[in-house]
Design a protein around this ligand. Structure first.
Ligand SMILES: [Zn+2]
Length: 459
């Protein structure tokens, strides 16, 4: 059996940056690394091409009567820039104290190797374990998984599992396991207002026309109420209130408002009524302005009336909002409220559907929940409690991972997400690292989860 830390070093040395064609060798290196790793474990490996980076599918599928777990991961990493802020070379993994440093150690090479190691240990102990296992490792997660949905559609025959099991999500401390049970969706758009056909002298022409910047400010200011809610008819219509158990789980995490306020460096929270900040991130949708442009941005004064002004807007969505629905509400409100005298152009950008998965035996567990999915949650609860010394906490997160909704839509499968990275792991930033203690506990937990799944049999 291999040493997981040595394997992780070898894996991290493959500089698999999906965004930059310069790193082509690293991408191929990571694909080859995974191919031989899975072959050594006795898996049948397919390197399935997509329009850009292939997906590695490794299967150990013996008997239809066994449960079938699909383990998701991604082999691509973020670019290492800015290089001068790294204390060690990003693609030369280095152990310091209880951490291993390097790009991709936590996102997502370490967490994937946790599961691969667990599978290896399980098979070493019991080569005939009655469990079908498929690894599905994509190479475009860091660039939005653009080809993942079409991959899923074209390869359903390889992906006939019962549920997804994965670790591309976080925990709050090395002592507490977190299971992620939801992520917000997303709608992005840009609005552009055009007034006069060119920029104008504000002395010669000021006072006779609607300034596009003023129109933009009035329009954008109309999109929230003073108490912090989104002021768009229909925006909240489909939002499902969190169940009491969800608020109780969040409370168990012991997050402190004062710490968070200090971390943000703000003088006051601006959170809609009825929700504390930690709840608002997880249970409420938002509309945020991400950028305004228009007029003179340089030093000093320029007496200009700009011809154009624009704003970039993104919304985070929660169940059961849909990107289509929310986009329609926003476009309708903006179109109706746009001041006279300017023309409005709306450009629709990317979107993601919100995702939620409810563990078994809760007030809102779907009646038709797949028994295999329920088994996996129970296996994780048991293994997590044994290894971490207390039960996992089940939390939704504020971010968006669009591929979860794709997995649900195309394969009809839900995901059990065991968190493994910490806030201080510096994902996407210089000096990314992975906590070796968490890695060890993760391997032990995952092996027990897989053992419990095999023991439970086909649900
Ligand atoms: Zn990731």
């Amino acid at each position: 059996m291999f040493d997981p830390i040595e394997k992780l070093k070898e894996y991290v040395r493959q500089a698999s940056v999906s965004a930059d064609p310069k790193f082509k060798d690293g991408m191929v290196g990571a694909q080859n690394f995974l191919t031989s790793l899975f072959k050594d474990l006795g898996f049948k490996v397919d390197v399935v091409p997509t329009a850009l980076h292939p997906v590695i599918v490794a299967r150990r599928v013996g008997n239809k009567a066994w449960p079938h777990v699909i383990i998701y991961g991604h082999y691509d990493v973020q670019p290492p820039d800015p290089l001068n802020q790294w204390n060690t070379a990003p693609f030369e993994p280095t152990i310091k104290g209880e951490r291993i440093y390097g790009r991709g150690t936590a996102d997502n090479k370490g967490p994937l190797l946790v599961h691969v190691t667990a599978v290896g240990q399980l098979l070493e102990k019991n080569p005939d374990v009655p469990l079908n296992i498929t690894f599905m490792v994509e190479g475009e997660e860091e660039i939005g998984s653009k080809n993942f949905k079409s991959f899923l559609k074209a390869n359903r025959h390889l992906l006939d599992g019962d549920f997804i099991y994965m670790s591309d999500n976080g925990i709050l401390s090395p002592d507490q396991m977190i299971v992620t049970v939801g992520l917000r969706g997303m709608v992005a758009l840009e609005i552009e207002l055009t007034g006069p056909k060119s920029d104008l002298h504000s002395g010669m022409h000021g006072g006779v026309l609607m300034n596009p910047l003023q129109a933009l400010a009035e329009l954008c200011a109309s999109l929230h109420t003073p108490d912090g809610r989104v002021n768009i008819p229909g925006f909240y219509k489909k939002v499902v209130e969190p169940e009491p158990w969800e608020r109780a789980q969040l409370k168990k995490a012991g997050l402190k408002k004062a710490d968070y306020q200090k971390f943000l460096g703000i003088s006051k929270f601006h959170t809609p009524p009825g929700y504390n900040p930690f709840e608002a991130i997880r249970f409420l949708p938002t509309l945020e302005f991400n950028g305004f442009t228009g007029g003179y941005q340089g030093e000093g004064t320029k007496t200009v009336i700009p011809s154009k002004a624009s704003a970039k807007i993104t919304c985070r969505l929660v169940p059961n909002q849909t990107p289509e629905n929310v986009r329609e509400c926003i476009i309708k409100a903006i179109t109706q409220r746009c001041p006279k005298g300017v023309t409005l152009k709306i450009t629709e950008q990317h979107k993601a559907t919100p995702y939620v998965v409810i563990p078994p035996d809760r007030s809102n567990t779907p009646k038709n929940q797949s028994p295999a999915l329920a088994n996996c949650f129970r296996a994780l609860e048991k293994a997590g409690t044994e290894v971490w010394g207390k039960p996992p906490i089940y939390l939704r997160e504020g971010g968006s991972v669009g591929l979860l909704a794709d997995l649900k839509e195309v394969l009809g499968l839900d995901a059990v997400m065991m968190g493994l990275f910490l806030p201080e792991d510096n994902l996407h930033a210089p000096n990314e690292s992975f906590h070796l203690g968490v890695m060890k506990k993760g391997i032990e937990t995952s092996r027990r989860v897989l053992e419990n799944l095999a023991k439970a049999g086909k649900a």
